[in-house]
Every structure is written in structure tokens, then in C-alpha cells.
Design a protein around this ligand. Sequence first.
Ligand SMILES: *[C@@H]1O[C@H](CO)[C@@H](O)[C@H](O)[C@H]1NC(C)=O
Ligand SMILES: *[C@@H]1O[C@H](CO)[C@@H](O)[C@H](O)[C@H]1NC(C)=O
Ligand SMILES: *[C@@H]1O[C@H](CO)[C@@H](O)[C@H](O)[C@H]1NC(C)=O
Ligand SMILES: *[C@@H]1O[C@H](CO)[C@@H](O)[C@H](O)[C@H]1NC(C)=O
Ligand SMILES: *[C@@H]1O[C@H](CO)[C@@H](O)[C@H](O)[C@H]1NC(C)=O
Length: 498
Amino acid sequence: MLARILSTAFVLLPLVTAQTPINIPAPVEGDPATQPANDPTYACPATCVPPACVCASTKIPGGLSVEQTPMFVTLTADDAIQDPTYEPFSQVLNSTVNPNGCNLPFTYFVSTAWTNFWLITRAYNLGHEIGAHTINHPDLTTVSATVRDQEIQGSAQAVMTYGGIPKSDLAGFRHPFLAFNKDSFDSVAKAGFKYDSSVTLDPLTQPYWPHTLDYGFAYYPQPCIKCPSGPSMQYKGMWEIPMYNLLTNDSKLWSSMDPIINPQLNDYDVALSNIKATFQVHYKTKLPFGLYQHLAQLVAWGPEVEVKKVQLLKDFVAWTQKEFKDVWYVTNQQLISWIQKPVPADQMRTFLPCRPPAVDKANKEICDGIDNDGDGIIDNGVVETCQVTEEVSFQSCYGCPTLVPNITQPVPPQKGNATRKPAPDAACPNAGTWDPIAGACITLTRPQVKIPDSNASGSKPSGTNGDQSKGSGTVAGAKVAKTSVFGATLLLVAVLSA
Ligand SMILES: *[C@@H]1O[C@H](CO)[C@@H](O)[C@H](O)[C@H]1NC(C)=O
Ligand SMILES: *[C@@H]1O[C@H](CO)[C@@H](O)[C@H](O)[C@H]1NC(C)=O
Ligand SMILES: *[C@@H]1O[C@H](CO)[C@@H](O)[C@H](O)[C@H]1NC(C)=O
Ligand SMILES: *[C@@H]1O[C@H](CO)[C@@H](O)[C@H](O)[C@H]1NC(C)=O
Ligand SMILES: *[C@@H]1O[C@H](CO)[C@@H](O)[C@H](O)[C@H]1NC(C)=O
């Protein structure tokens, strides 16, 4: 019955409760008696040099001064990517722009069950980063070795196959519940991921920049389950992008994910004050800052709370762009690229030029999640709706599978005559776009980017991006469901499955 209510939409959110941050270990106030924050045996030799090898360090990469260093912010999201949560989060990202004129990017760690794969394609072609987060969102420290590998590798395959992510751009993995141990790290490394991002650090006592794991961790990797200390967790060339804990405005550990954990407390002011205070702690040393969200948390408590949470995030990003001139919102992969080859803030626009979405009347519509021809409808007539079973339905540019992807069969064959061509392993060269129907890289016309005046405070979305977002209300001939419609349903799910 519940499944039937939900299946009337493209969106199915039974994972909402399974993914609430209740299961995320609370930050542990530095307790040196049990776990020293930092590992005195860490030794990283002088032969470890970028770009291949980067030691764990609290110093700014490249020997830049604090003043020269850009202030990086990462916004990450976890779990199934679905319309009712993607839309409100996009409002936050679209509400302001980076100094290069582009909308803010996110890094989305997608768990494949209940995902709308078309949103992966849409996000990727808007310049967001897609990472993997298993298929069914299990605690990887409690499953068998076989299931662990299947969950990790299968999620990468499904994201590439039905979301159209080129293998070369699928780099990151985040552990469900942030639950990891040596075995799960071994599996992530074996699957070939370029980085993991699951370790939480206290920015006051463990202000480490992202680094490679060639020589392991320089700190005790919270919240590792029985991790061996010392140098036994080493992975050549694989990165760890730490998740920094948020602090209260008087410098106590507050939250590792999802600011405003209990919306019923109506603690908007406290949350904004804490997030700003934590950002300022990072800004003093330019240690990258991050906000790590479960997007289901935006909508799980109903429309009123959703509006407040979205406003909180909008207010925070507007404040950073207004008050600080050198703030750059980046994806995790962009952050890695910068650490490998650091440039001062005044060269960032060359380092990270804006590549606006391909929207122009001269284009034909191809299935890439973008309104290429600018007619106000994204992927008009080319995106397919896959009713895989009675309960599971999603959209995709990459053909519909005959079965629901699962751990033993993450990429079942395409229905029909398999007319959609998978994305190539390497992203299209020269800013080309993969056309899954033609099976070729296509060059599309992209609009000019308006570079915001660096001296102007409170940057606004450029004209280009404004046009782009106009198309977002309509999807392939059918209106995108309004989030508020789902608010009540989501709450219902939360209550029923609690
Ligand atoms: C810190 O937050 C509290 C609420 O939690 C607020 O009353 C106080 O004014 C804040 N202090 C600063 C310096 O922002
Ligand atoms: C995955 O799906 C296939 C085909 O429906 C099924 O045979 C297999 O048992 C499923 N695997 C699991 C672990 O459910
Ligand atoms: C598959 O191809 C055959 C021959 O080209 C055609 O007759 C058939 O209609 C196609 N089926 C689908 C589902 O497109
Ligand atoms: C910004 O302000 C500085 C100093 O006030 C000035 O030298 C510079 O030309 C301005 N830049 C722009 C793009 O207006
Ligand atoms: C703004 O967000 C919407 C999703 O609601 C998206 O479709 C649109 O393309 C976004 N615009 C840009 C420029 O990112």
C-alpha cells in the first residue's frame, strides 16, 4: 500500500529513515585516553611528492600564505538522488555564483537503490560531481566480504551505466553511515576509487588537508570500527578527503553532518551562528570547509521545515560570498586538483573557468539532462521513463534495464534493442557532450558566462544561469512534481517505518 502511494511518482523514498543521521556517530570530544587524535607514528617521507603522493599535513599546500590561499568550500550530499530533494538543494546552488560566474557545484555520493538515474545525468552535465555510496546503503563493517565488494563495485557500475558517468570522472566513495574499517577501505581501494571521503576530523585539533593514503593516516580515523593504528592502512595513490566537524559558536564539537538535526527545536539561529563560527575558524588558516547533507533531511520533516532548511543554506552561502572575496565552492575532485597544483586566489578564474550548461537555440535537444535547445523543457522527447517493476520507476537517458539493479546484477541488460549507447570511459574531449542516442561526442553551443565584478558584494546568478533554471519546472512534457506535494508523504514514510 505504501509502495503503491509512492510509485505514483518517479520518486521513492523508503530510505529516508534508514538514512537519518541518527546512525551517524556523534562527534567524540577529543578523548586522548581512548583514541589519540593524532598518530605519532605517522611518517611520510620526502619522496612523497605531488601530484601522485601528498602527505597528510596541517600546512597549506604549495607553501602559499594564508592571504594568497583561496577559501574552499565543499557541499556534499548522500544517498539516493531523487526529485523532491534535488530541486530544493538546486535552489541553494542556483542562488549565488562562484567568482568565475558559475553556479555552485556539489559532490553527490549516490546510493543506487531508489535513485532516479536521470538526475545523475542532469547533475553531471551541470558540472556537479557524482560519487558512489553503495547500492543498498548497508553498514559495510557488518556484511560479508562478498557483499561488501558487490555493494561498492556494483554502485559504481550502475551510476556509470544508467547515469552516464564516464569512468574517468567517477572518483569518490563515501561509506554509508560513515561506518568503515580496514576491510572496507581495502574494498574501496580494490574497486579503484581515487578517493574516500568518510573520515570525520575536528578542525581545531586535527586540521589536516586532504591527502593521499600512501603512508596511511596521520590521525586516528574517526569513527573507524577497530581500525589498526599506525601505518597498516596504506593505499597507494588513494586520497582521503576528510569531513570536518561543525563546531558550536564557542568552539565545541557540534555536528558531523546535517546541521539542524532536530528541526522541531526550531534552532535556525543557533545553526546559522554555529555554521558561520565554524567557517570563520577554517578561514583563519584556509583549511577547506564543508557542509555534508543527507538531502532527505531537507524534506523529511515537511514543507515548513524544508523552507527553513533551504533558507539556512541559502543564507550561509550568500554570507560567504558577501563577506569574503576569496571563497570558492568546489567539488571534491576540483579540491584534489588544486592540492596537486596549488595556485593563488588571484589565479583561480584561470584555474577553474566556468563551463556553462549547453543551452542555446542553435542546439538540438540531446539526452544529457540539459535543456539544450532552450525551449523550456529538459530533454524534451528523448528521456525515457523506466517502469522496471510495479514499485520501481525512474528516468534515464541510457536505456531502461530489464530488472531492478541489485548487488548480484547491478547492470541488467537494456530493454528492447539496446539503442542507447553507454558513456565512454573517458569524458568527451574539448568540452563535448556525450549523446547516448547518436553514440558520439557532440559539440554544443554554450552561452557566454558573465563574470561577476570581484569587488561587488552579494553576487547574483548570471543571466545565463537564470535562463537555465527557467527550464527546470518542466520535465520532458510532464511537470516536475512540486516538493510540497511530497512533504506529507515523506513524513508519513518516516513515521511508518520508524
Ligand atoms: C552563539 O550562539 C548562541 C545561541 O546558541 C547565541 O545566543 C549567541 O549570541 C551566539 N554568540 C555569538 C558570538 O554569535
Ligand atoms: C538480483 O536480481 C536477480 C534478477 O532478478 C535475482 O536473480 C537475484 O537473486 C537478485 N539478487 C539479490 C541479492 O537479490
Ligand atoms: C528491434 O529491432 C527489430 C529489427 O530491427 C524491430 O523489428 C523491432 O521493432 C525492434 N524492437 C524494439 C523494441 O525497438
Ligand atoms: C577592485 O578594487 C580595487 C581596489 O579598490 C581596484 O584596484 C580594482 O580595479 C577593482 N577591480 C574591479 C574589477 O573593479
Ligand atoms: C538550477 O536548478 C535546477 C534544478 O531545480 C536545474 O534544473 C537548473 O539547471 C539549475 N541551473 C543551473 C544553471 O545550475
